[in-house]
Design a binder for this molecule. Structure first.
Ligand code: FW2
Length: 286
């Protein structure tokens, strides 16, 4: 079973969360057959959301709570614990957590304690994106957490190397869920026996994520979808992906998901027009 997971965009307008736009986008993605929505990830600007906003977002989607994964990681463990308890009582599918970030030289045993505390509350997917967090989660850390009574059920691994993702399977066993993070390797990840992907590009091309990760399709068709995803994700990066993702939803899917929260600054008019022309030359939704 391949899981297609969307780290869903958090729509803002004038620095305020727009829950109506969030709700509409979330439901549209589920209608487009995404398996889970990942709230407050990097694409969702998680580190700039308050705990209160994270609660509001999950409450807004109460009727699909079993489809939600809430990223609860923060630099305040007490707040993360509260969010994990909320996830448990709201019966969310799982929680996720990035490690404590920003502080250089985090001690491994602190990280083990952090993940043990959170995963004892609700099943947890470890969020490994060292470029963003400054800390690399190893299979050994997760082993220690689970040996200490924690319940880390999987990892979302955003490192370019497939070998790194596979090392979690090799060391933690086949039942341990490994989701690829980079938009550029979703086809190879599923064809290597991983469990699916958490792909920012699924906000704007969920239909391509399905194709690219469909192991029943001829490889050439899956790779064609992968290539388009990679090209669009590349365009997004060129214009500043944490902001350009919002534009790409509008350009490709045709509805408004608001703007990011500053200091992620919305694209100016000129950049928006250029991105529109370039994206349309690559892909138009049928
Ligand atoms: C997130 C993700 C997805 C990222 C990747 C960004 O939280 O946004 O790993 O798609 O390019 O997990």
């Amino acid at each position: 079973m391949t899981h297609r997971i969307v780290p869903v965009i958090s729509p803002f307008g004038a620095n305020t969360l727009d829950l109506e736009k969030f709700r509409r986008h979330a439901h549209a993605l589920l209608e487009d057959k995404m398996d889970f929505l990942f709230i407050a990830g990097t694409t969702g600007l998680g580190p700039s959301l308050t705990s209160e906003e994270k609660l509001l977002m999950t409450n807004e989607l109460k009727e699909v709570s079993s489809k939600l994964i809430l990223q609860v990681g923060s630099l305040n463990l007490e707040e993360s614990v509260r969010l994990a308890e909320h996830a448990k009582s709201s019966r969310l599918h799982a929680i996720a957590a990035y490690p404590p970030y920003f502080f250089p030289r985090m001690q491994d045993d602190w990280v083990v304690k952090y993940f043990t505390t959170l995963s004892k509350i609700h099943p947890l997917i470890a969020y490994n994106y060292p470029l963003a967090t400054g800390y690399e989660i190893s299979p050994g850390i997760i082993k220690k957490v689970n040996q200490g009574g924690g319940n880390v059920i999987g990892v979302k691994d955003t490192l370019p190397e497939l070998a790194h993702m596979l090392s979690f399977k090799y060391e933690l066993g086949n039942d341990f869920l490994v989701y690829s993070g980079p938009d550029t390797v979703v086809t190879s990840a599923t064809r290597s026996g991983l469990d699916g992907s958490v792909a920012g590009s699924a906000n704007y091309v969920p239909e391509l994520l399905i194709k690219a990760t469909n192991i029943d399709l001829p490889l050439s068709e899956a790779l064609a979808a992968q290539k388009t995803i990679a090209t669009l994700a590349g365009l997004s990066r060129k214009y500043g992906q944490w902001a350009a993702n919002y534009n790409l939803v509008k350009i490709i899917r045709g509805y408004d998901v608001g703007i990011p929260r500053e200091p992620i600054f919305a694209l100016g008019k000129e950049a928006e027009e250029k991105l529109t022309t370039e994206a349309r030359a690559v892909y138009t939704r049928q």
